[in-house]
Design a protein around this ligand. Structure first.
Ligand code: NDP
Ligand code: MG
Length: 386
């Protein structure tokens, strides 16, 4: 069997390293063809020595010499910079691109990979939040499939297997509720970065962990679901399910609901995106229903977690509004991680940035670039005044 050659954008992160575990567990099927990182050059060197990819890219150009010298004894191509990261996905030998880098920086390489007709295993949800319509149009024109990696969307995708021709009535996205699910508004006002970084069920990169605590992650996932599954906002429901055993559900037109369940482990959705439509044997932990015997559900509270309401508002307003929210969110999360603003102030800054940034109803790629820069500028100013 020819091995599937996989480019992992963001191989040093939480998703990237778990994807490498999946590759390592299936050496007859998959090979890491490209590995990339932003700053963590030592991790990238170690990965390159272990997985022997065709090429590595470090986005931060100042790390190039260190990377090049460390791999000088191996026949691995070494590149640096954001442009190289975009171009590397075009290599004809690549069979699939896993977008596991974080934030808006994922947009351009993902677009390039779609143009190069490489099936996308999409973890970088920000790409669909920022420019879902553009990405969908491009994928349609190029005939490039986009396979979800996000656990909720993978769950929906798994529920849709065998349902061709059966319309979705409703997508039900589950949310853990994060570490602050039961906090009062007074408690939320004083929560710290360290508390926010402790997610009850998932071990993830810092940015998405803060997004989960603020529920912006769930807001982004609502937007992601719209573009992946072609449903209207009113067909997407969020339900808080603190145990994270049901990863999401689909309700069909006869009222029947299908759910996908499993232990919280990203290796399963990553592997499913790699192996789709097949399922591969794996020893990921199994659910023991005698231990997980209490599955509970609650309505999300958009008063305490305003980011979820802001994301829905952006989805309803459309155009470049989700791009504005994403840019503002990247600024406030970075500021929160530097202890420059409070947890609750993050929503204030995002709301004010939404009000100030120029609205574009039908954005082009260039409009998104301009919007991202404008929204970052305003959000940074508002954070400073805070
Ligand atoms: P991490 O922060 O753990 O890893 C991010 C990866 O992207 C690292 O390899 C990092 O390099 C690289 N990177 C960061 N910024 C840039 C940049 N500007 N240019 C190039 N590379 C960059 O994030 P996660 O793995 O947690 O998340 C990755 C994506 O997957 C996000 O979009 C997230 O929302 C999504 N996702 C993650 C889940 C999870 O369980 N972790 C679940 C569902 C979705 P370096 O190591 O050098 O910093
Ligand atoms: Mg998710």
């Amino acid at each position: 069997m020819k091995k599937k050659q996989i480019a992992i954008l963001g191989s040093t992160g939480s998703i990237g390293t778990q994807a490498l575990e999946v590759i390592e567990n299936n050496p007859d099927r998959y090979e890491a063809y490209v590995l990339t990182a932003n700053n963590r050059v030592d991790e990238l060197i170690a990965q390159a020595r272990r997985f022997r990819p065709e090429a590595v890219v470090i986005a931060n150009e100042s790390c190039y010499t260190q990377l090049k010298e460390a791999l000088a004894d191996l026949p691995i191509k070494v590149y640096a910079g954001a442009d190289a990261l975009c171009q590397v996905v075009e290599d004809t030998a690549i069979d699939m691109v896993l977008t596991a880098m974080v934030g808006y920086a994922g947009l351009r390489p993902t677009m390039n990979a779609i143009r190069a007709r490489k099936p996308i295993a999409l973890a970088n949800k920000e790409t669909l939040v920022v420019a879902g319509e553009l990405i969908n149009d491009l994928a349609r024109v190029c005939g490039t499939p986009i396979l979800p990696v996000d656990s909720e969307h993978s769950a929906v995708f798994q529920c849709l297997a065998g349902e061709v021709g059966n319309p979705i009535e409703k997508v039900i996205l589950t949310a853990s509720g994060g570490p602050f699910r039961t906090c009062t508004p007074e408690q939320l006002a004083t929560v710290t970065k360290d508390q926010a970084l402790k997610h009850p069920n998932w071990d993830m990169g810092a940015k998405i962990t803060i997004d989960s605590a603020s529920m912006m992650n769930k807001g982004f996932e609502v937007i992601e679901a719209k573009w992946l599954f072609g449903v209207r906002p009113d067909q997407i429901e969020v339900v808080v399910h603190p145990q994270s055993i049901i990863h999401s559900m689909v309700q069909f037109e006869d009222g029947g609901i299908k759910a996908q369940l499993g232990m919280p482990d990203m290796r399963l959705p990553i592997q499913y995106a790699f192996s789709y439509p097949d399922r591969l044997k794996a020893d990921f932990p199994r659910v023991d229903f005698t231990l997980c015997n209490h599955l509970t559900f609650e309505r999300p509270d958009t008063t305490r977690f305003r980011n979820l309401a802001l994301a829905y508002e952006a989805l309803h307003r459309g155009g470049n509004m989700p791009c504005i929210v994403n840019a503002a969110n990247e600024i406030v999360v970075a500021a929160f991680l530097r202890d420059e603003i409070s947890f609750l102030a993050m929503s204030d800054v995002i709301e004010q940035t939404m009000a100030r940034t120029s609205f574009v109803a039908k954005p082009t790629y260039e409009d998104y670039v301009a919007t991202d820069a404008e929204a970052r500028h305003y959000a940074t100013e508002i954070v400073k005044q805070n």
